[in-house]
Design a protein around this ligand. Structure first.
Ligand code: GLU
Length: 625
């Protein structure tokens, strides 16, 4: 099979230096210079602009998209050499943990949807972090029942935010079922890059500069990311400690969970240097970590089957509920105008209807969704929230003329208390299709940029437990569904997605698309706009990903991503027809820059075509061209 690889938006010199004919890079897209649309304080990672004019990447047999060209290339070579999507994930994650350490890594967790083409089956792998056994409901609120002071310097940067990491265990389990390349061979590219060093990317440089004050608190983080004078490093980074850790994991993935590395994790999480409140994680918590294999959530939309992640992520349910509401509207009639490589100009009614559907979905998500091993959904399964008559009733609440502002959740008997919003950040998405037609959609995270800032053995520990509600009860005394409990997994918004054709009876047919994004609680909005862009508006995956980011959580605010070249952010959007049109319908429009990290790969004839987000540094590669 020919292996001329093509790539959208590749900037890393190491990736570009690949010899022609084997992972050669074609640069794609031009960075836009425009004033910043303002910072979205609730948003995930700092926004770093936009590349205009990116073109979709066609491939013949296999394709992979990650948020970094070095990771994409390494994963692509695994596919080229006959590896499966499972194999490619392992290599991609190992490289991302090095070159995009602010977003994901072996100290974090993730959710994966895996399609086994031969079996025509979809599995949902839950590699979410767990709360340690000692983490009772006030773990994030105060130091102990005897000392009711808040964790210091804050819950996130203290040891209290650190969940038992899940991604390595999950990847090992996926590989055991679906891998073909020997596990130990999958770490070579990351080990080499860690030893030889790599160029700090512009996005990583911006993230280090942004986080420097917090990175300084942790000696290992400061040593790795900062100069001795405390200023952010630039230039090249190498990471011998990470290479050593990967060497141990290549021999045995259990090395993260037992033995010296597990001991190091527990010690680092308990480190009180800088006045940090310690984690109460133990080596028993690590040794006891297990992947959960869950039932994927598959629902119909426009003749396709959309498969998403069930709880403890809220992503799949909220995307499915949004699409279920939208299926009552003729969304094709609201296609963007002037469609170009960047997705064109959105219509006011298109954005309005989608934002309203999202408000309704977020209202239910906020009230009802948490780790279902601890708190059941209404009716005991996702079916009640996604039933046809329930969705029809929700759709009837949408007015074409006026925003509902804040939606009420549906009534399902005595509810858990509404969860207060929790900020979510620091994540990456990987989409893969291999030459056998297997596919993987993995959203992987350490929660906020640089996680808890605790670094150990060359990697960062997550702060995933801040995805729990710190307050266990609402002001009226009702228990909050997403409160902390020992062994519980915090509610997520991650929404890795697989889309399938269906036959006349609605049964699953061939794989159609793979998609997903980081973006904290906004992930739902990013994934929905991409799916509607492809399925209702006929956009190719690059156009759908590049299109303006927009949508709403359950508040009067509607986001319209100001980083996009078609959005006129002057005078707070007063001259932009989309912004003013939405304001006329009552939306409070926020034009802060958005920081999605979408990727999408779609079947095209006998091959594939992929798109990577112009707002990050991602790249698509595959064979052909
Ligand atoms: N921790 C978040 C979640 O699990 C993801 C954060 C992000 O996407 O930036 O939903």
């Amino acid at each position: 099979m020919a292996a001329v690889l093509v790539c959208a938006g590749c900037t890393a010199p190491e990736a570009a230096a690949a010899p022609a004919g084997s992972c050669a890079i074609v640069s794609n897209g031009t960075p836009v210079t425009k004033p910043r649309g303002g910072r979205d304080e609730s948003a995930p990672e700092t926004a770093t602009g936009y590349r205009t004019g990116m073109a979709a990447v066609p491939t013949d047999h296999y394709a992979v998209a990650t948020a970094n060209p070095l990771a994409t290339r390494a994963a692509c070579e695994v596919l080229r050499d006959g590896g499966t999507a499972a194999d490619a994930l392992v290599t991609a994650q190992a490289v991302l943990g090095l070159v995009e350490p602010q977003s994901s890594g072996i100290g974090g967790g993730g959710f994966l949807l895996y399609y086994d083409a031969a079996a025509n089956s979809v599995q949902a792998f839950d590699g979410r972090e767990t709360a340690p056994a000692a983490a009772t409901e006030n773990y994030l609120r105060w130091v102990s029942d005897a000392d009711r002071t808040a964790p210091t310097p804050d819950a996130r940067a203290s040891g209290r935010s650190i969940g038992v990491p899940g991604i390595v265990r999950m990847l090992a389990d996926v590989h055991a079922q679906h891998g073909r390349t020997p596990w130990r061979d999958l770490f070579g590219p990351a080990v080499r890059l860690a030893d030889d060093g790599f160029q700090i990317s512009p996005r990583l440089a911006a993230a280090i500069a942004d986080a420097a004050p917090k990175l300084r608190i942790d000696a290992a983080s400061a040593d790795y990311f900062l100069e001795p004078d405390g200023s952010p490093k630039s230039g090249r980074l190498s990471n011998a400690a990470y290479a050593k850790t990967l060497g141990a994991l290549a021999t045995d993935p259990a090395a993260l969970y037992t033995g010296p590395i597990a001991g190091d994790i527990v010690a680092a999480a308990a480190d009180t240097a800088g006045g940090r409140t310690p984690s109460l994680m133990t080596t028993a918590d690590l040794a006891g970590y297990r992947t959960r294999i869950r039932e994927p959530l598959c629902t119909p939309y426009r003749g396709k089957q959309i498969c998403g992640m069930p709880p403890p992520s809220s992503g799949g349910i909220a995307v499915a509920e949004t699409l279920g509401v939208l299926s009552h509207f003729d969304m094709a009639a609201h296609r963007p105008t002037d469609v170009d490589a960047d997705g064109g100009r959105l219509t006011v009614q298109g954005v309005h209807l989608i934002a309203e559907a999202e408000r309704l979905a977020y209202a239910d998500r906020d009230r009802y969704v948490a780790d279902t091993d601890f708190v059941p959904l209404p009716g005991g399964s996702p079916n009640a929230l996604l039933a046809a008559d329930y969705l029809a009733g929700r759709a009837a609440l949408v007015s074409p003329d006026r925003t509902m502002g804040t939606a009420k959740p549906g009534e399902f008997g005595p509810p858990a208390a509404l969860a207060p919003p929790v900020p979510e950040h620091g994540t990456s998405h990987i989409s893969v299709v291999d030459a056998q037609g297997n596919a993987a959609s993995l959203t992987t995270t350490i929660e906020s940029a640089f996680g808890s800032f605790h670094m150990v053995d060359g990697f960062l520990l997550n702060n995933q437990l801040t995805d729990f509600s710190a307050e266990p009860t609402a002001p009226d005394g009702a228990p909050v569904a997403n409160r902390v409990a020992p062994g519980k997994r915090p509610r997520s918004t991650m929404a890795p997605t697989l889309v399938f054709d269906t036959d006349a009876g609605g049964a699953r047919g061939p794989l159609y698309a793979v998609a997903g994004s980081p973006g904290g609680s906004t992930i739902i909005q990013f994934v929905v706009k991409t799916l509607v862009g492809m399925l209702d508006w006929g956009l190719d995956p690059q156009q759908a990903v590049s299109m303006v980011d927009f949508g709403a959580a359950n508040s009067p605010t509607t986001n319209v991503g100001g980083e996009h070249p078609v959005v006129d952010i002057s005078d707070d959007g007063r001259h932009d027809p989309l912004v003013t049109g939405l304001r006329d319908l009552g939306h409070e429009v926020d034009i802060a820059d958005q920081s999605s990290g979408l990727s999408a790969i779609v079947r095209s004839g006998p091959g594939w075509v992929g798109g990577a987000d112009p707002r990050r540094e991602g790249a698509v590669m595959g064979d052909g061209g």
